[in-house]
Ligand binder design. Sequence first.
Ligand SMILES: [Mn+2]
Length: 384
Amino acid sequence: MERCEGGVLVLTAYTALQLSADMAAPFRQEANFWYVTGIEEPDWQLIATPTKSWLVAPDISEMHRVFDGGLSDQQAKAISGVDTVITRAASNDLFASLASEYKLAYGLGRHPHQKYFSFEVNPAPGKLWRKLSKRFTEVQDARPTLGRLRAIKQPVEVAAIKGAIDLTVDAFHLVKSQLSSYTHEYQMEADFTYAFRRANAIHAYDPIVAGGANACTLHYGKNNNALAQSDLVLLDIGAQAAGYPADITRTYSVGGSPTARQCAVHAAVRDAHMQIIALLRPGLAFARYQNDVDLIMKDALRRLDLLHEETDYRRYFPHAISHGLGVDVHDSLGGFETFRPGMVLTVEPGIYIPEEGIGVRIEDDILITDSGHTNLSEALSLEL
Ligand SMILES: [Mn+2]
């Protein structure tokens, strides 16, 4: 609230969405609301001033509660640490009195990624924003402030991410130990799912199990093709546990006898990966990092005789090298311009050669520390 500069902060949970007929879509909480309250149920709201906070409980009918349950006020207080729960009706009176005391309210504006989608999938933040706009003189977007807070992980968050990583590394070890027994991509996916559910975790994102040329489709997720012993298989999979994800990629040889070319592409990516991780330290400017990454990746492509024209660079390495990792798998790095202690990010170089049917990516999760960095997923071998 210190960063909300004399305003009122109002956040909302997402609302439940209809999937088909009377079936609800799987519910995923709005990330900022979860970060602040820990509440995983739909339709709650949080109102906070510099001196006091309130939770607003949803209006749930008895019939609805019989089918879907819901949090009691006591449970919501215990999870969130907010000691006052009010009804929706009472929140309208509270808004009226707060609007006379405070001119400024902070809500959640449009998500910057919304422009990539044809519609706003969850109406709750926009609905609340319009309501705040009617009541308060000024409404500002709390996303930049929350993004800066979320970018610097607290120890409890790093511990949760490490827990998800350890689960994921164990599952990779299991799958790697029986690689040649798999005949189809979905069998590998099933073993990861089994390992995660046995540990009360879920997939943090749609897992990618891409054999052979499928690895060149970056968001391949069908995972239903046959695997040949001669294939490489790209596995991009992460568990989510205690609200936080892992995001790890390895590329393996299914039959254990890779060709010289498969080995060369893998070695080029692996060497680049290690060089790029070695760059990471607090104070390093993002722009300088990107510049050094470009040099390293171009060298890797040259080694494979793939860099003849400038356009070949993005042709064979078409995605970003890194993203923040946090409540969202693709988490914000907070709008900072340099790396700071407490940031967690991925490093994920890849080289994809559709004309040769070879795609290799390697991805680890890195914590920026006071003196440099820690590779949180280094227990998992990079080898083919
Ligand atoms: Mn990633």
